[in-house]
Design a protein around this ligand. Structure first.
Ligand SMILES: *Cc1c(COP(=O)(O)O)cnc(C)c1O
Length: 397
């Protein structure tokens, strides 16, 4: 793919593709090999010395994985990318690469639960401290910076409240402190939001979600703005063994080819459902960046190309109503995760965020009756009908 390609669909479809290199193959081949033969001892030495670009061993690099990395780096507008075994491998690799004993991290909340516990439970053991401020509060973010703050970690839209972080403001605060801004861009994905354009230094993804999009792989990736951070992160991934397998890379690449079409269709479904839910008598309120009622609707329009396809809503009748609703659904699947072609629903307070203490849940905006609906690519009339029959099964409030 030439650098003249600008469109997001074209980048997703052609990124990493080089038929001439592989006997005309239009699908990137799976290089299912752990190791690569050297044509001579001299060439082997040159590859280890880094003076020849050839491959050595799959943990250190593999052509199928490299094709996926090129594709996602192009989509994010980054210098390059390092693919990882899971989304959490991407998070842990970035933190392990950029922090040392005595350092401090400022994060926003809510943050993906395991990311937060990685910081609070595990990195704490190695003498790395962290503080968390509300996603929407730029002043609190600035106030939380300490002399040893070496990394600012944000997630926007945040899970599950769909609060937004102002990326440009966060980048300014991080850079004034001499720290990189790291953005978990899993929720929006590069089709709708490219944090590097707003000043981020490192962007990471759980490709388990919309990038792969078919709920059949777990995978992650880290994209950087420049070469130095990429070299550090790649070296860390190789040392800790958080790198990706070629078969996994091929599956994700296959999923990415239709990223834009899936994202746009599910987003259109979500827009229609969010507007319908907001008028529904069984629903107390709806949180969706595409609705004028979202407190940061203007920011969403500024930094995103669309609101995405995850809707949070609060049922009248709280937890009990939520439980009944989820058991009554027939088409929408009761499961965690998001960004797949099928619609999934879950109850954060008892599922994804159940390890967060109740008072802390409330502080983060995770109310007891909050339901997270990750809208998929089905026909919207079928999704609406499924929700309607489930609301009826919940009964009068
Ligand atoms: C799912 C998810 C992760 C973790 O990804 P895995 O692939 O499950 O390891 C990290 N961040 C966000 C926002 C996620 O949704």
């Amino acid at each position: 793919m030439g650098s003249e390609v600008k469109g997001r669909h074209s980048k997703a479809i052609h990124g990493g593709l080089d038929p001439e290199a592989y006997q005309g193959a239009v699908s990137v081949p799976i290089f299912q090999t752990s190791t690569f033969a050297f044509p001579s001892a001299e060439e082997g030495a040159a590859r280890f010395a880094g003076t020849s670009p050839g491959h050595i061993y799959t943990r250190l690099g593999n052509p199928t994985v490299a094709a996926l990395e090129a594709c996602v780096a192009a989509l994010e507008g980054g210098f390059g990318a390092a693919a990882t075994a899971t989304g959490m491998a991407a998070v842990s690799t970035v933190l392990l690469a950029l922090l040392r004993q005595g350092d401090h991290v400022v994060g926003t909340h809510p943050l993906y639960g395991p990311s937060r516990s990685l910081l609070e439970k595990h990195l704490e053991r190695f003498g790395i401290s962290s503080s968390f401020v509300p996603a929407t509060d730029g002043a609190a973010l600035r106030a939380a910076v300490r002399p040893r703050t070496r990394l600012v970690f944000v997630e926007t839209p945040a899970n599950p409240t769909l609060d937004l972080v102002d990326l440009k403001a966060a980048a300014e605060i991080a850079h004034e402190a001499g720290a990189p801004l790291v953005v978990d861009n899993t929720f929006a994905g590069p089709h709708l939001q490219r944090p590097i354009e707003h000043g981020a230094d490192v962007v990471l993804h759980s490709m388990t979600k919309s990038l792969n999009g078919h709920s059949d792989v777990v995978a992650g990736i880290v994209v950087t703005r420049g070469p130095e951070l990429l070299a550090t992160i790649r070296e860390t991934a190789r040392s800790f063994g958080t790198t990706m397998d070629p078969h996994q890379a091929w599956l994700v690449l296959r999923g990415i080819r239709s990223l834009g079409m899936r994202v746009e269709r599910s987003q259109e479904n979500a827009r229609l459902l969010a507007a319908w839910l907001e008028r529904h008598p069984a629903v107390a309120w709806v949180r969706f960046p595409g609705l004028a009622s979202h407190p940061q609707h203007e920011l969403a329009k500024r930094q995103m190309d669309g609101p995405g396809s995850v809707i949070a809503f609060e049922l009248r009748g709280g937890v009990e109503a939520g439980r009944k609703l989820m058991d009554a659904l027939r088409l929408i699947v009761l499961a965690v995760s998001l960004g797949g072609i099928e619609s999934l629903i879950e109850h954060p307070a008892s599922m994804t965020h159940s390890k967060v203490p109740a008072d802390e849940q409330l502080r983060q905006g995770i109310t007891p009756g909050l339901v997270r609906l990750a809208v998929g690519c089905e026909d919207v009339d079928d999704l609406r009908a499924d929700l309607e029959q489930a609301f009826a099964a919940v009964g009068p409030i």
